[in-house]
Design a protein around this ligand. Sequence first.
Ligand code: PLP
Length: 389
Amino acid sequence: MLKTISGFDRIGEENAFAVLARATELAGQGRDIINLGIGQPDFRTPDHIVEAAIKALRDGHHGYTPATGIAPLREAVAADLAKRHGVETDPGNVLIVPGGKVTMFMAILMFGEPGTEILYPDPGFPIYRSMIEFTGARPVPVPIREENDFAFSAEETLSLLNEKTRLLILNSPANPTGGVTPGSEIEALVKGLEGHPHVAVLSDEIYSQMTYDGMEHVSLLKYDSIRDRLILLDGWSKTYAMTGWRMGFSLWPDALADKARKLAVNAWSCVNAPAQFAGLAALTGPQDAVRDMVAEFDGRRKVIVEGLNRLPGVSCRTPLGAFYAFPNIAGTGWKAKKLASALLEEAGVATIGGPDFGILGEGYIRLSYANSTENIKIALARIEKFLEQ
Ligand code: PLP
């Protein structure tokens, strides 16, 4: 019997990929499946970004790059952060990574070990808890509540900190809820964190450009008092419809930047070179495609929320960010995972059961509206018919 480390007895995964596999299998059998399960934009990567990658290959950029990423791209990231958040950062603290997920992997590996605690949002992106468990640290869920419009509460978060806490993970705009935490709450949290200087913060801002109804995304980067322990996670996947390119970036505080670089050298050497040139074109080129995509998501958001609220036993808050709706389905009498599974198998609509995002996800399902308005309407009609049966 091969004996691996005990972390593998505890590591989890992301059920969205299992749902995607089952949806693809059913579609392969000739079933008509509408996929509202997976969280990726249904748009093509804008042409000028694709062309930049092709040009990079033609120009001979097919070798290793510096482990931290090509210099112009790190500078472009710093310029982008300055433009969007009004904050100066050193390109030397930017790390280009193969996908947004990699930053959470690195940050959790850096801080988790038995005897320590890491706080993470519940419901939240499943990899947070999975990786915390892997390291042997104690995962401490921070409840994300519907009655709070799925924003996190500064008071509740602060009440969970203690001397064993090493890392606090925050995510706004959030997956799976679409919740956006208002600036006032973030400010209160930062104020409280000033009394806990041993706690590092990982702010997952991968949906930073996707907010609606005038809701402002407030980056944790804005707060000087925690800059020396803030790890910022962002990337290209959602903003530029580039999930398959595997392009993300992080900003590390001085004390951690070299540790992060060493992890990169040990694990992947560098991100693939032409993809980095594509990322550069994305940040420095026209941003119309981003605005158009967000406007399109906004329209679909209204359609899906209105449609969900018409369903028997279902109520849905209006999400203010990302591209997910997280309706409360308690009134249908179904358990969330059973409902998600029945909707896929019987109604041909892929969704994800709330418990795949944490214990507090029971009573909810997640629907991604990264699909056409037409498909969303058909999916809603199918769900309605199914629930009325
Ligand atoms: N963080 C959150 C909250 C996400 O929802 C996702 C993807 O779904 C990621 C990070 C990872 O993004 P990437 O595909 O760039 O690894």
